[in-house]
Ligand binder design. Sequence first.
Ligand code: CDT
Length: 312
Amino acid sequence: MSRTLKVAAAQVGGIQRAESRQAVVKRLIALLREAHAAGCELVVFPELTLTTFFPRYFIEDPREIDAYFERALPSAATQPLFDEAKKLGIGFHLGYAELAEEGGGIRHYNSAILVGRNGRIVGKYRKIHLPGHQEPIPDAPFQHLEKRYFEVGDLGFPVWRAFGGIIGMCICNDRRWPETYRVMGLQGVEMIVLGFNTPDSNIFHSEPVHRRMFHHMLSLQAGAYQNGTWVVAAAKSGKEDGHGLIGGSAIVAPTGEVAAQAVSEGDEIISYACDLDLGRNIKEVVFNFAKHRRIEHYKLITEQTGVVLPPE
Ligand code: CDT
């Protein structure tokens, strides 16, 4: 029996700093409806979907920072999205800034949830590979203060049985790291869903935008093929108060081939009917982990973080 999951990546064009959650949620509902009309069962929204990509700003007032965070989901502002999804019977993945009261303290995470077709939260992921820096860089054209505003996620890379398959999540910079995919690959993942905000320039060194798009696609395609999994990536893109974000939302097959890719930098739905068994040959032959992995030679990967050069 074929196992097909029709999925949409909902690319969201720029969200300006002054834009309200309510206005954003209206845009998300329009995308949700479009995906539903196209027959999709699952919609993937971007990283930090509900606001502008605020880590680009150095904000000193803790109350102003916390205003970008959600204390609970659904919240008053996001309830209409949850209601509409449940009414349509469509699931979604949503990236957001999470403020959690845990262990007697306030914690801040760059998080994402997976919501089932019945409107219930299936699982939560907290971003592990936080890029950028902790201290503001005075002369930079913009900041990338994820290491300042968020803690490293503490939930690992779990997968869930949902939507008729095995689904995992990661967020933006996580997609560049082979370890992200392999940990989920070792749990038999069949579809990884993720959102991203990738600035169109690098504050640390000069890099053309086409190369940033190439590295984005290279990461998705390699991760998909080497683990025999679908990868569905949704961008926040276009201009946010003059700051550019690359688009390139994409649905990548377990073969590493691109099944669908966004063509605009604005709000846009791309979709594909994904055969969840398409990765089976890859998982059983070339990347048959049980047969071919040689973990006795991989110790450095978990014992060492940075590079240690051989002696001169
Ligand atoms: N949001 C996020 O994680 N952005 C990073 C920027 C890194 S610059 C190469 C990303 O990986 O796209």
